[in-house]
Design a protein around this ligand. Structure first.
Ligand SMILES: [Zn+2]
Length: 402
């Protein structure tokens, strides 16, 4: 069992250091290196393990396992040798901004509403906080303002291990009921919380705290936030999206929602007009049909179901058998069947089997979907000439072939 001095606890902004290699062993996707001291923070408290380099080796992750602090690398190190470690500082600094920002938001929510932070996740470009009680949009907006005031006040962030006696006197947020080795992170007037992770030294370094979204979650709320560089990057992405929308809509950026609303209304009107037009053309098509003995099998992929129903209602008068109308695409048809002479409820089983369909309806009308091809459907209706011989409604289960 090797122990490592945690340099990140004394100086969270140390990004380059030298250390001695204590041990190197094979691990899942490379090697696990243990140093006598390190600035690499191992995953914990909701924050991911640090990445960076150890000499020539890349540190892909840092983990604490059974009390040992492991640098998971892509190449081995020689025990006894000195090595220079360097953090992926951009990543670590973003995480510190997000994490310190999270403490401020959680501290304010706890102070104002008494809700605990019962879940914290800090992923790449995503930070979520789960609170034990529900918050409204207005309450979160107020928290956001207060949080950013704490940022601009540039308060000192203190992290330390209090003595057991001191710890007893301090009230702090914590998920654990430990009395020894508790590390506290304190932002004066805002928050005191037990936490093992590195934080910014002053709240001004957080830059900005943005509450993005929230939803009900397990009797409380899950809140999405972004801080600092992550928030700036997110702002950039949203700005570009809005700018593009603005160009596409020829509307001012902040007026794009109104422009989209108008567009959707127009679309709705156009759809309605088109549907009316289709119904009219469906009726025209039906009018143009000549009466024939037997079935009528019609394919109109451009018609919607409403127009198709209009069509069948009119066209069923133009045949003695089944008037079958289909819309959709090959093998994925939707249909309406109508008849004045054939009881479709009685014939439905045979009909549906014939066109590989599913559906239901009344004796006069059957509606559903069919998986057969157009050629198969046409051939089937050709081979089953309902209404061609003496077929009365009650006898349609034998469809007149006898
Ligand atoms: Zn924390």
């Amino acid at each position: 069992m090797f122990t490592t001095i945690k340099l990140y606890e004394q100086n969270s902004e140390l990004r380059r250091f030298t250390a001695r290699v204590l041990d190197c062993r094979e691990a899942e996707n490379g090697w696990a290196v243990i140093l006598n001291r390190t600035a690499f923070f191992p995953e914990g408290g909701g924050q991911g393990g640090d990445r960076g380099t150890l000499g020539e080796a890349r540190v892909l992750d840092t983990q604490l396992r059974e009390g040992e602090l492991l640098h998971l690398t892509d190449s081995p190190q020689t025990p006894g040798k000195a090595v220079t470690g360097e953090l992926d500082w951009d990543l670590r600094f973003r995480r510190m901004q997000d994490h310190s920002g999270e403490h401020i938001v959680s501290g304010l929510v706890y102070e104002k509403y008494g809700y605990n932070n019962v879940g914290f996740h800090l992923g790449d470009g995503e930070v979520t906080l789960d609170f034990s009680g529900e918050l409204t949009a207005e309450q979160l907006e107020e928290i956001e303002v207060l949080a950013n005031r704490a940022v601009t006040a540039d308060l000192p962030v203190r992290a330390w291990y209090p003595s057991p006696a001191e710890l007893r006197r301090i009230s702090y947020r914590s998920k654990l009921d430990l009395t020894e080795n508790v590390r506290l992170v304190q932002i004066p007037g805002i928050d005191t919380c037990a936490c093992c992770a590195p934080h910014v030294k002053r709240t001004g370094e957080i830059g900005i705290i943005k509450i993005l979204d929230f939803m009900r979650h397990r009797g409380g709320v899950r809140v999405h936030i972004l801080c600092g560089m992550d928030a700036l990057e997110d702002y950039g992405a949203r700005y570009r999206a809005t700018k593009e929308l603005s160009g596409l809509l020829s509307a001012k950026q902040l007026e794009t929602p109104e422009a989209v609303r108008r567009l959707l209304e127009e679309l709705e009107k156009t759809k309605y007009a088109l549907s009316q037009e289709r119904q009219r053309s469906a009726l025209e098509k039906a009018e143009a049909l000549k009466y024939q003995a037997g079935n009528l099998c019609l394919f109109y992929p451009e018609l919607d179901m409403r127009a198709l129903r209009e069509l069948v209602n009119a066209a069923k008068e133009k045949c003695s058998g089944v008037c079958a109308a289909f819309t959709g695409t090959e093998g994925d048809w939707r249909f309406i069947l109508g008849s004045t002479g054939v009881d479709l409820q009685v014939a439905s089983r045979e009909l549906l089997e014939g066109i590989r369909g599913r559906g239901g309806g009344s004796p006069e009308m059957l509606q559903g979907s069919a998986a057969a091809t157009r050629a198969e459907i046409e051939a089937w209706f050709e081979a089953h000439p309902y209404g061609k011989k003496k077929t009365r409604r009650k006898e349609t289960d034998s469809h007149g072939d006898s």
